[in-house]
Design a protein. Structure first.
Length: 300
């Protein structure tokens, strides 16, 4: 908006005149958020989204967090699309003060519903927890620590790393270096072009939980199975590790729970001596949040 030669920032046109401190005013006046303010001020969509938010917890990246992200991208200017998606991902639904963070992870829905970034009903999630020293942590594709502010409509946590928007499952497999699983995909023929119809389809369905085998034992079993099974049987094996219509973060998996797989059979969750099992397979790594759900890694 221009008035003569004076440019009026988008933020100032939307900040209401009142005694209460709004979210936009906090971002504008906090020195640690000056880089974020600059990006928001250049985007009418981001400004409008923040101005109209209510009952929220906003995870606001610090100047250092944004600087590190820009450097990681070769000092390229962040696009408005990425800025808006990141702001939406950082806008949690509901209030989560620091004292609500605990050793038991909470998976909280955000306002990121843009299908270019997320395929989860109700908005992509972030994980809230504390580290070994009791410090609040926010987990997405990376871990961030948080400081707390308040404003009209909700709570602001200044985070020390730019939230990593969850990526597609196939990219997360590579990023997490699930080397045995990659070998299983290759050995079992799932990477062949003639399998793309169901493999790609499964990797893109919304609201899904994947149980991914990633161990030497799992690779050995898959090698034997592939040598003695038909193409249809191997398709069923792949589908057996996928639970559609349910985003099962670890906090939602309960002892005795039964989950219906894409193949049609059921899986049973068992919790014993602090460990979690899917049938007889032990979950050895959990809660890789991906664009369309969550991945848990199993040992067989």
């Amino acid at each position: 908006i221009h008035l003569g030669k004076m440019k009026i920032p988008w933020l100032l046109t939307l900040v209401p005149s009142s005694f209460a401190i709004t979210l936009l005013e906090v971002i504008q006046t906090n020195p640690e958020l000056s880089s974020l303010y600059s990006y928001i001020n250049g985007s009418a969509n981001a400004t409008s989204f923040l101005a109209n938010s209510n009952n929220f917890t906003f995870l606001a990246p610090s100047n250092e967090a944004i600087s590190a992200l820009v450097q990681s991208k070769g000092n390229a200017t962040l696009t408005e699309d990425l800025i808006l998606a990141s702001i939406q991902y950082g806008m949690l639904k509901g209030g989560f003060p620091t004292l609500s963070f605990s050793n038991e992870s909470q998976f909280v829905s955000t306002n990121l519903v843009n299908p270019s970034y997320a395929n989860v009903t109700g908005g992509q999630a972030v994980e809230l927890a504390v580290d070994g020293d009791g410090n609040p942590q926010v987990v997405s594709g990376n871990k961030t620590s948080a400081a707390e502010l308040i404003c009209t409509g909700g709570i602001i946590h200044i985070v020390d790393k730019f939230l990593s928007i969850p990526i597609q499952a196939v990219l997360q497999v590579s990023a997490a270096r699930m080397q045995y699983f990659v070998s299983i995909l290759n050995t079992a023929g799932y990477l062949n072009a003639d399998k793309a119809d169901y493999v790609d389809g499964i990797l893109r369905i919304p609201d899904v939980t994947y149980f991914i085998p990633n161990s030497a034992a799992a690779l050995g079993n898959a090698t034997i199975q592939a040598a003695n099974s038909t193409a249809e049987e191997m398709k069923a094996v792949f589908q057996y590790h996928v639970v559609p219509g349910f985003v099962g973060y670890s906090s939602a998996l309960k002892d005795g729970m039964r989950l219906k797989t894409q193949e049609g059979s059921s899986l049973t969750i068992t919790i014993q001596d602090g460990d979690m099992y899917v049938n007889s397979a032990k979950i050895i790594a959990s809660d890789y949040i991906v664009a369309n759900g969550v991945i848990h890694v199993i040992d067989e």
